[in-house]
Design a binder for this molecule. Structure first.
Ligand SMILES: [Zn+2]
Ligand SMILES: [Zn+2]
Length: 597
């Protein structure tokens, strides 16, 4: 469904307190070194913290080590961190006197009657709810400043541009070291760099957060869709497609306009109708269900859609393929009766997990969120829906976490989290029970007794966003995608001019067998070609020389791993065609074993 995550996190754990202490430490160091700098906000984030500042002279990245050094000194001073509660007038006077305009704005935004607290350490005073540790010594030395970025005050482009300093902090040096190593590893695998080197896609300013897919990237994308399509067709889904642009009235009826209107793109036509560029596929799916009279015999009705959705995200939040403004969901809506929820949930869970294994993801966790205090529907149905999800989750045998009260108002949900090769977690698939939308949009079916019933709707996404999943795959495999997914699978290279014709013959036969092949006839050494095609992550180079030509053979050079093998062309065709199958169709395969041989 629609998950917008921009809530400031509530500080709960010791680790979050440590990171928040570190944000104050950073601000104190900055104020000591640059007294004219103004401080804005400094929250904790995943793995660390940041603080936003307005510097009179823009800060440069080479000043970060100086700031970090000062932070380490302040830790050594063991300065007590004190909490004070102030009256509004006292706080206003203080932050006005100090010339801190951002703090004045934050203060003005605190509702009347709420406690106003400040935290003080050394000469530094911050407007803050807390909690914090007792002194700066408790922070220890397992922290590091990472980078400098620009950020608009309050994320609003009409507001001043501030400078944001990011840092990471951990309880121990060992944890810090392993995190830094992970960052380094991730940096090497950055899908934006790989996308450029492999010639897959680009972004440009005229279309913020929207992908320009190049031929190779689009081939990869279509290959992914082809695989998913085959899997879900086999699982009893029917594929539909619904309009990208629909009248605003539909979004008002569905309730999305009220809840998420500020994230939606709208357009007005010359006849003065207002349309919404769809931010999700669900209302469209319900319209298809509503066509004609539906009988209980048709349930469960599984309608899948590779639907492209558009959501306005602030430009500062955009990040390559991982966070975009338009993306393709591998979405499905299953209309079923209350009695069918359990069986459907089990089947969906199995499908999702089997697909993840096909892509080489084995470390998977599930998050279960159940009924919130404010909700629609009767408790008996909630009981059933929650039990269904719990059963599906337990049957999977995977580790899971329970988030009490964090389900949507219309139903409980499961979220599937993948851990990648570098140890990062990615929340991908979802299974969401919906006891609200079908009724709200007037969908019904006729039950065995001839009565109208409202179906339950299950929202199911396999990877969520296919664009994002492409980014995850690229980083997980460091660009070395499994053979069947590689956008350019084989390059055929002759050793010398007399074998060119044979090279073209080999390329032609591989092409005819459905492989994506190019030939490289340039007058360059094989070593050079190996290096060059390794950069673009072509899995296989086929080298042909006089000997191969005479014997009707080919030499395979796997560029990732370096294995070499000479075999008859006919046999190579059989083996490569086999490897080009979707992993689910490989006979005798070990699940998920897709690495290049
Ligand atoms: Zn604070
Ligand atoms: Zn949906």
């Amino acid at each position: 469904m629609f998950a917008m995550s921009s809530h400031p996190s509530v500080i709960e754990t010791d680790l979050e307190i440590l990171r928040h202490d570190c944000a104050h430490l950073l601000a104190q160091a900055v104020k000591e070194l640059y007294p004219a700098a103004q401080v804005a906000i400094g929250p904790t984030i995943e793995h660390g913290f940041y603080y936003d500042f307005a510097f009179p002279q823009p800060l440069t990245a080479d000043e970060l080590p100086v700031i970090e050094q000062r932070m380490r000194e302040i830790v050594g001073r063991r300065e007590p961190i004190r909490r004070d509660e102030w009256s509004r007038a006292q706080a206003e006077a203080f932050f006005t006197e100090a010339g801190e305009r951002f703090k004045q704005e934050l203060l003005a935004a605190i509702p009347e009657g709420e406690t106003i607290s400040v935290y003080r350490q050394g000469e530094f005073t911050d407007l803050c709810r807390g909690p914090h540790g007792e002194d700066t010594g408790q922070i220890g030395q397992a922290f590091k400043l990472l980078k400098l970025a620009g950020a608009y005050w309050r994320g609003d482009h009409r507001q001043p541009m501030l400078q944001r300093i990011y840092g990471t902090a951990w309880p121990t040096q060992t944890e810090l070291d392993s995190h830094l190593k992970q960052l380094e590893e991730a940096e090497l695998r950055d899908h934006r760099r790989l996308g450029k080197e492999m010639d897959l896609f680009h972004f440009q300013e005229q279309a913020p957060g929207s992908v320009f897919w190049h031929a190779k990237g689009w081939r990869l994308f279509q290959r992914l869709i082809g695989y998913l399509r085959e899997r879900q067709t086999a699982a009893g889904y029917q594929e539909i497609n619904t309009p990208d642009v629909m009248d605003i009235g539909l979004w008002q009826d569905s309730g999305h306009w009220d809840k998420f209107g500020e994230h939606m793109f709208t357009t007005q036509t010359p006849d003065e109708r207002v349309f919404v560029l769809k931010p999700m596929n669900c209302p469209g799916g319900v319209q298809v269900f509503k066509q004609g009279l539906r009988s209980y015999r048709q349930l469960p009705l599984r309608l899948a859609e590779f639907g492209k959705v558009h959501r306005y995200e602030p430009s500062g939040a955009l990040h390559g393929l991982m966070r975009v403004r338009s993306f393709t969901q591998d979405d499905a809506h299953i209309f079923c009766s209350e009695q069918q929820i359990t069986q459907e949930s089990l089947t969906i869970c199995e499908l999702i997990l089997s697909i993840y294994r096909d892509f080489g993801f084995h470390d998977i966790r599930i998050k279960f969120s159940d009924r919130p205090p404010q909700r629609v529907g009767i408790d008996a149905v909630w009981d059933q829906a929650e039990q269904a999800l719990i059963q599906a989750m337990q049957t999977s045998g995977l580790p899971y976490t329970h988030n009490p009260g964090e389900g949507a108002f219309y139903g409980p949900k499961l979220e599937f989290v993948l851990r990648d090769a570098v140890g990062r977690d990615w929340q991908c698939g979802t299974l969401q029970v919906d006891l609200n939308l079908p009724g709200r949009l007037g969908a019904y079916y006729i039950d065995a007794d001839g009565n109208k019933q409202t179906p339950v709707m299950l929202h199911r996404a396999l990877f969520g966003s296919l664009e994002r999943f492409t980014g995850i795959l690229l980083e997980h495999y460091a660009g070395w995608l499994p053979f069947w997914l590689a956008p350019l699978q084989v390059v055929v290279a002759p050793i010398s001019a007399p074998t060119e014709a044979y090279a073209l013959e080999v390329a032609g036969q591989l092409n005819a067998a459905g492989l994506h092949v190019e030939s490289d006839l340039r007058n360059e050494k094989i070593g050079y070609k190996i290096r060059e095609h390794s950069v673009t992550k072509v899995p296989l180079l086929i080298v042909v020389g006089q000997r191969e030509m005479q014997d009707g053979q080919v030499t395979l050079r796997w560029l990732h791993g370096g294995q070499k093998q000479t075999l008859p062309l006919a046999q190579a065709l059989v083996e490569l065609t086999q490897q080009n199958q979707y992993p689910s169709n490989l006979s005798g395969k070990q699940p998920g074993r897709l690495e290049n041989p």
